[in-house]
Structure formats: structure tokens, C-alpha cells
Design a protein around this ligand. Structure first.
Ligand code: FBP
Length: 329
């Protein structure tokens, strides 16, 4: 009989490796997992509970908000508000920062409550992404600038995928752990420990429909991926789910590269540095991969705004290095 390890047990086990640990970060991860279970239950029956479709509002990015975006936002924020551990939440669905727990909490949480919103109404894979920082030591009252920390300062990050199964991946800087939700017992069960990304992969993932907006270097790299060469296992396969968390999850397990470039359509890229690119970069780097904006490491970018965007090229070391050759050429 395979020994089952629950997320709960795994977190406690990891915490015991740090004698000084207070258990707060463990509680935070448990709270996020609880919200994920509730969101997963709602997603699985979305077609029959009137939670599909638009809410009518639009978010700080001018995007139309889906009902499930708001549901996921509420669930995650109420879960984070359960314990006095989180002082500030920054969500894709809230223009400003959300202050919690009379600001006494020591953690700052960034989140994309529902990633891949364009997939909701077609029942394709969607996700939730989170990134956790420690509030800087300061005598000053809590300020938005306290949340503007580079990705290298993350103490934990992860994502949940609501797809053929519900999976949760997270890191606290000790590798990447993967859990699968068993709805029959309501537990996330460890399904893969210390996940490593393949050093190279024959999959490239990007919205090729935006080809005309790209710069020449990227066009040449995608032509390279499509060229015939048995030695380098080309042409590569093109895969694009339209949910960053899902496309990066596939890249983590099978290798390759995911790209959302800057272009004449999106001069700074479309994806958000703090609650999409930094957390997924932390996961991929912890698994042995690479994540860049084309010239520098994503996690070393000093953020200026909580909702700022960045171009991103993330995945297997060899694939990202090859892309960088085209940028430098
Ligand atoms: P949301 O968080 O609003 O869903 O936006 C992000 C996202 O959906 C990513 O998950 C995905 O990679 C990308 O936008 C898809 O963008 P596009 O539709 O331009 O290809």
C-alpha cells in the first residue's frame, strides 16, 4: 500500500527542519490550500451553478471580470484573513492593496486568484497563483512600498491548477513539491517531491497569433523551433493552453519554453511581474530552470508598481539560453 503524505504532514515535516519556525508560514500555506479546495469544488460544477460568464465589472487592467474571478478572490482573501498572519494582500482583482489583520501580520501575499480567465467559460484549465513575502522591519506604519520587493525576496510561492485534476505546486526555497487533490477525502496528497525540469525540451509555448507584433529576434527564434533538424529534435511541438500557470506547469514537467514577449501590442508584455511572473519563476528556478525578461533574471527586477507587467521567457535552461542567443545576435 503506497504511503500517502498529505500537504498538511509535508508542511509540518518541512517546518520541523527549522527549529526557530513559528508555524505562521505553514498556516498561511494551509489557508491557501483550503481556499483552493473551495474554488476547485466551484469550478468543477461551474456550468450548473450560474458562476460562468462576466460579472459586469472590469479590473485595474481594464479587463472584463468573470464571476469566478471574484469568487476566487473572495475565497482566497477570506482564507488569508482567518489568521493574523497576513498584513497585506495584493490581488489582480483589486486596484489597491488590501490591508488585513489590523496590519500586525508579518506576511505580504500577492495573488492572481484566477489565472487563465479566458478559459473559464470553455471549461479549459485555469489556475490560482500566489507569492509570499515578509513585511520589512520598520517603525513606519505599513505602506504599499513595503510590498515592492524583488522576486528573490519571496519566502514561498506556488500555484493551483483546476484541470483534469486539481494540483498544487509550491516552494519555500527547498525544491518544488507537487500535490494532487483527492476530492473523496478532501486532501491534497503528495504526488511528486523535489520536481526537476528537464534541461531541454522540444516544446515551445506562445500566442503565435501575435507574430506580427513581435520583434525580429523572436520571429527568428520561433522559426528556429519550427525548422527541421533531427539532431536537435526539431521541429518542436507548439503548445499553448492560454493559462500561464498551466503552460508553465507543462513546461516544468516536460521541458521546453513558455514565452509572453513584449511587442508593439504590449510594449511591456502582458503578464504581471508580482503575481504571475515572480512566483512561477521561483518555482521554475527551484526546479533547475531559468526565467528572464530577455535581458535580465525576472526575480532580480526591482518592482516600481504592484500591477506592473514584464516580458517573460521561462523554462528549460538550454531552451532559454538558445533564445537569448537570438536576442544577442
Ligand atoms: P488572467 O490572469 O487575467 O487570466 O491573464 C493572464 C493570462 O490569461 C495568462 O494566464 C495567459 O498566459 C495569458 O493571459 C493569455 O493571454 P492571451 O489571451 O493574450 O494569449
Amino acid at each position: 500500500m503506497m504511503k500517502l503524505t498529505t500537504l498538511e504532514e509535508h508542511i509540518i515535516h518541512a517546518q520541523n527542519k527549522f527549529p526557530g519556525a513559528t508555524g505562521d508560514l505553514s498556516q498561511l500555506l494551509r489557508d491557501i490550500a483550503l481556499a483552493a479546495k473551495i474554488i476547485s469544488r466551484e469550478v468543477n460544477k461551474a456550468g450548473i451553478t450560474n458562476i460562468l460568464g462576466l460579472d459586469g465589472a472590469s479590473n485595474v487592467h481594464g479587463e472584463s471580470v468573470k464571476k469566478l474571478d471574484l469568487f476566487a478572490n473572495e475565497q482566497l482573501q477570506s482564507a488569508l484573513g482567518r489568521s493574523n498572519i497576513t498584513c497585506m494582500v495584493i490581488s489582480e482583482e483589486n486596484e489597491g492593496v488590501v490591508r488585513l489583520s489590523d496590519e500586525s501580520g508579518k506576511y505580504i501575499v500577492y495573488m492572481d486568484p484566477l489565472d487563465g480567465s479566458s478559459n473559464i467559460d470553455i471549461s479549459a484549465t485555469i489556475g490560482s497563483i500566489f507569492s509570499i513575502y515578509i513585511r520589512p522591519e520598520s517603525k513606519e506604519p505599513l505602506r504599499e512600498v513595503d510590498a515592492l520587493q524583488p522576486g528573490t525576496k519571496q519566502v514561498a510561492a506556488g500555484y493551483v491548477l483546476y484541470g483534469s485534476s486539481t494540483v498544487m505546486a509550491y516552494t519555500t526555497g527547498m525544491g518544488v513539491q507537487l500535490f494532487t487533490l483527492d476530492p473523496s477525502i478532501g486532501e491534497f496528497i503528495l504526488s511528486e517531491e523535489d520536481v526537476r525540469i528537464p534541461e531541454t525540451g522540444n516544446i515551445y509555448s506562445t500566442d503565435e497569433g501575435s507574430y506580427i507584433y513581435w520583434d525580429e529576434a523572436l520571429k527568428k527564434y520561433v522559426k528556429y523551433c519550427q525548422a527541421f533538424d533531427t539532431e536537435t529534435n526539431r521541429p518542436y511541438k507548439a503548445r499553448y493552453i492560454g493559462c500561464m500557470a498551466a503552460d508553465v506547469h507543462r513546461t516544468l514537467l516536460e521541458g521546453g519554453i513558455f514565452m509572453y514577449p513584449d511587442s508593439s501590442k504590449y510594449p511591456n508584455g502582458k503578464l504581471r511581474l508580482m503575481y504571475e511572473c515572480n512566483p512561477l519563476s521561483y518555482i521554475i528556478e527551484q526546479a533547475g530552470g531559468v526565467s528572464t525578461n530577455g535581458s535580465s533574471r525576472i526575480m532580480e527586477i526591482q518592482p516600481k508598481e504592484i500591477h506592473e507587467c514584464t516580458p517573460i521567457y521561462i523554462g528549460s535552461k538550454k531552451n532559454v539560453e538558445k533564445l537569448e542567443e537570438f536576442f544577442l545576435a
